[in-house]
Design a protein around this ligand. Structure first.
Ligand code: FAD
Length: 161
């Protein structure tokens, strides 16, 4: 049911789209918010094997939205190189669609937090575990299971075969 990209020559490969998710440090998580208003919230994340993990407080608009409706999308902009004289931008981005849920299982929660810790402070596993132990009771982790993902780039950035 997911749409195909109209400009197929701008479609990135799955590997290129994954690279964007791996390199990015934040994106916008789109949820169905209050009264049907889309809630698009900027957030840090880590991508792992077809899933995207986010950490969050246990309450708020985002958590309420996730709990009431599990379909979500997540967008990361990798490049936005504005070319004033060309009235365009040389862009590269990815959008992932999927189902999002709060992780309840404690072992899964710790392993997702460890992935987030390693992504943002690589090479310090014991510091990361100490941080997790400090905040484990106040933090919540969301998991987006990706069902469909597309990467797109301006024509100028597409590698010619
Ligand atoms: C680059 C970046 C990375 C971030 N990383 C994380 C992260 O990893 N985890 C995390 O929990 N939060 C992160 N944040 C903060 C995040 O954007 C939210 O502010 C936060 O998660 C609280 O969301 P909430 O829905 O619970 O807030 P609530 O306070 O419940 O939201 C209520 C209202 O406040 C407004 N609001 C909330 N957040 C923002 C915002 N960022 N900008 C403008 N208005 C806002 C909206 O109108 C919203 O409806 C990050 C923000 C940025 C910019």
């Amino acid at each position: 049911m997911f749409r195909e990209m109209r400009r197929k020559n701008q479609l990135l490969t799955k590997e290129e789209a994954e690279k964007i998710l791996e390199n990015g440090t934040s994106g916008t998580l789109a949820l169905l918010g209050d009264e049907g208003y889309p809630y698009c919230v900027p957030i840090s994340y880590v991508y792992n094997n077809g899933r995207i993990y986010f950490h969050s407080a246990k309450s708020g608009h985002k958590i309420d939205a996730v709990k009431s409706y599990d379909k979500a999308s997540f967008c990361v902009i990798d490049k936005d190189d504005v070319k004033p004289q060309e009235y365009t931008t040389y862009f590269r981005s990815v959008i992932a669609f999927g189902r999002i849920h709060v992780i309840d299982d404690k072992d899964e929660l710790i392993s997702a937090l460890s992935l987030l810790g390693e992504r943002y402070n690589p090479g310090h596993p014991s510091d990361c575990i100490a941080e997790i132990n400090k905040f484990i009771n106040n933090v919540c982790v969301l998991c987006l299971d990706i069902e469909h993902m597309t990467g797109k780039a301006a024509r100028e950035l597409i590698k010619k075969p």
